[in-house]
Design a protein around this ligand. Structure first.
Ligand code: SAM
Ligand code: SF4
Length: 345
């Protein structure tokens, strides 16, 4: 294939980053740790090996990378992991990034969490300008919760949710739809979430990383779930596009929003507006591809941002058109060896 110089492929119009397919990159997801206090069965194996601490970006380095993207037109930052709220002093990062909300450079600073540490951090998050958060919760049954997360305690997550709503944070619940595990409980989850004023988004299992067990056993197509829910509820399609794989409907009976994230059965790549940085500074231009660009070396090479800025522009020039995940009986190996906890989903 012909190599085109990066500067011809990526355009920086004003402050905005544009990829070779004309998609403006306005959303950065940042994984701040690969560690977690849970071991969800679809996400990790029980005996995960985590990265040595020295490989991780420091909080200052994470701030520099996020801020470089904000300077280039990123309007939304999502902090994720692993479990972001188990990283030591993580509120320092939220606190420093909040300056971009104050200046108007950033529209939204948000977080995806398993909720285990929310009770102690909810107020501080709100004070840092966080308005909406995503909390992952697949079941309301304490025993099932323990079985899915292996190490989690549902009561702690419930306290976290109370604290979050008490602090004025808008909460969206993310639930992975798992065949034979929570598929009979999705209506209950929906009624519960909407009853508390929280949106619910259902997620299909993605083939990321080696886990103990077979993906095909977990995979439940959301097309089936949707059809089942539509038999009981009136689902009114909404036009709320996020540039990601979520599609939303209003549930007429509850008044709440229901999202479907269907990377396996839907193609959402044309409108993709996002890239992801791992906790070691690898920039993934696509969740479904192996290609990554190193941001840690340019950050560590000098105190000025020249090398980092160049690395960002060059990387965006390589953002691929799309991905092709496959789960079927012939492809029971993960499509990618990387776990979701590396890129943060
Ligand atoms: N620990 C935080 C949490 O659980 O919300 C943030 C990181 S977690 C990797 C982000 C999201 O990815 C969670 O909603 C989780 O359920 C989802 N997830 C993890 N592994 C997945 C997989 N293989 N397929 C689909 N979703 C997955
Ligand atoms: Fe941890 Fe989130 Fe993965 Fe569960 S999904 S193991 S909470 S990173």
């Amino acid at each position: 294939m012909r190599a085109i110089p990066a500067q011809l492929e990526t355009s920086e119009i004003g402050h905005s980053l544009m990829d070779p397919f004309g998609r403006a990159i306005t959303y950065l997801r940042v994984s701040v740790t690969d560690r977690c206090d849970f071991r969800c069965v679809y996400c990790m194996s029980e005996d995960m090996a985590f990265l040595p601490k020295r490989d991780l970006l420091t909080l200052e380095e994470l701030d520099r990378i996020c801020s470089a993207f904000v300077a280039k037109g990123v309007r939304k930052l999502r902090i994720t992991g692993g479990e972001p709220l188990v990283r030591r002093d993580i509120m320092t990062l939220f606190g420093s990034l909040s300056r971009h909300l104050d200046s108007g450079a950033l529209d939204e600073l948000t977080v995806t969490t398993n909720g285990s540490q929310l009770a102690r951090h909810a107020k501080d998050l709100a004070a840092c300008g966080v308005r909406r958060i995503n909390v992952s919760l697949d079941t309301l049954d304490p025993d099932k919760f323990r079985a899915i997360t292996r190490w989690g305690d549902l009561a702690k997550v419930m306290q976290g949710l109370d604290a979050a709503q008490g602090a004025g944070l808008q909460v969206k619940i993310n639930a992975v739809a798992l065949k034979g595990v929570n598929e009979d409980e999705l209506e209950t989850l929906l009624e519960w979430a909407h009853g508390r004023g929280m949106d619910l988004t259902l997620i299909e299992v993605m083939p990321l990383g080696e886990i103990d067990g077979q993906r095909i056993d977990q995979f439940l197509p959301l097309s089936m779930v949707r059809a089942r829910l539509a038999a009981r509820y009136t689902l009114q399609d909404l036009d709320d596009r996020t540039g990601g794989p979520a599609r939303y409907a209003r549930v007429k009976e509850t008044g709440g929003r229901l999202g479907f994230i269907t990377p396996m059965t839907h193609n959402f790549c044309e409108s993709c507006n996002r890239v992801r940085v791992t906790c070691t500074g690898q920039l993934f231009m696509c969740l479904g591809q192996e290609d990554a660009a190193d941001m840690r070396a340019p950050v560590r090479a000098s105190e000025s941002n020249e090398l980092l800025d160049r690395a960002i522009v060059d990387a965006i020039a390589r953002k691929p058109k799309g991905h092709d995940f496959i789960i079927d009986r012939r492809h029971s190996r993960p499509a990618l060896s990387r776990h979701m906890s590396v890129t943060g989903g």
